[in-house]
Design a protein around this ligand. Structure first.
Ligand code: NAP
Length: 316
């Protein structure tokens, strides 16, 4: 079986930044970019305009930015495999990585598999029902679609994402309801104030959507008040889940230490995980910032950490 000095798992800003640095340090990285596990390029592939990535004063689309990242990785010699990693064995070195088509041994690994927006199991929200026909987990990706124009839209959640998405959606919808299960927002004070003051946003406190219905697309939601149990049917064109993200760590089968909500734990100020020679970068280890630029930054850190570790171990 082929043995590599460094294998990178992922295809977003963290993975490709790690690959660029590692390739330029002559570590000949092999990168598994995934196939069925989500869009290669990560969450930026489902984003429209990216206006806060430094270096692009006019903005750039998410897919164009990721194409640049990938081209830069390839330019310096990163070998990219378009397949998913099914499992890894971190019990002994070199670590054994099993992809859907290939198997490889790795002296060191950088895990940058990102996170996926969580969905709720509401009647009408599933695949084959109204998922992607008005129900989505990314307002920024889908909010500009014609079906949402001048219609009543619903965002589920009470955190910063919910508020941010609701504010974003006011550009398109006639009114945006935030449906929150409690009587207080989790969002930061400044964000919460923006939502509370916004003339097009109404917060439905202590509430949950019980059912989503329509014809070809979403037309109605059934909102339940969780305190008195009363339900009310409301006109709706869109339901946007903003209830947080789930880090993509299933293939690790618990071999790395994670926090209580599943994010990989790294040593403070480093990308070192609980297993020697295994590093984590990007959203898979970051419940806080979750930005393309911070993911890229930790990707760079992971490549430098891996390079130093390989040197210390005398692995040529
Ligand atoms: P979050 O802070 O974890 O909030 C998730 C929200 O969804 C909470 O209000 C939670 O309700 C609700 N929720 C979770 N599971 C639910 C369920 N099963 N049913 C109904 N509601 C449910 O996630 P986030 O808003 O995505 O933010 C994640 C991190 O990114 C945070 O640190 C946030 O500050 C940061 N962020 C920052 C910005 C910004 O500053 N511009 C923007 C986006 C995100 P409860 O409140 O009842 O738990």
């Amino acid at each position: 079986m082929e043995k590599k000095k460094l294998v990178i798992i992922g295809s977003g800003p963290a993975a490709h930044t790690a690959a660029i640095y590692a390739a330029r340090a002559n570590l000949s990285p092999l990168l598994y970019e995934g196939f069925m596990s989500g869009p290669s390029g990560g969450q930026l592939m489902t984003t429209t305009e990216v206006e806060n990535f430094p270096g692009f004063p006019e903005g750039i689309t998410g897919p164009a930015l990721m194409e640049n990242f990938r081209a830069q990785s390839v330019r310096f010699g990163t070998v990219i495999l378009t397949e998913d990693v099914k499992s890894v064995d971190l019990s002994k070195r070199p670590y054994h990585i099993r992809g859907t088509k290939t198997e490889v041994l790795a002296e060191s690994i950088i895990i940058s598999t990102g996170a996926t927006a969580k969905r709720l199991d509401i009647e009408g929200a599933g695949d084959g029902e109204f998922w992607q026909k008005g129900v989505t987990a990314c307002a920024v990706c889908d909010g500009a679609a014609p079906i949402f124009r001048n219609k009543e839209l619903f965002v589920i959640g009470g955190g910063d994402s919910a508020v941010e998405e609701a504010i974003f959606l006011t550009k398109y919808g006639s009114k945006v309801f935030i449906v929150h299960r409690r009587d207080e927002l989790r969002a930061s004070k400044i964000m919460a104030e923006r939502a509370l003051k916004h003339p097009k946003i109404e917060i439905l406190w202590n509430s949950a959507i019980e059912k989503i219905s329509g014809d070809q697309v979403v037309k109605k939601v059934l909102v339940k008040n969780l305190v008195d149990g009363k339900t009310e049917e409301k006109e709706a064109a869109g339901v946007f889940f903003a209830i947080g993200h789930q880090p993509n760590t299933g293939f690790l089968e618990g071999q790395l230490e994670t926090n209580d909500v599943g994010y990989i734990v790294v040593k403070k100020g480093s990308t070192q995980t609980s297993v020697e020679g295994v590093f984590a970068a990007g959203d898979v280890q970051d419940p806080t910032y979750r930005q393309a630029i911070t993911a890229a930054g930790t990707g760079c850190m992971a490549a430098l950490d891996a390079e130093r570790w390989l040197n210390e171990m005398g692995i040529e």
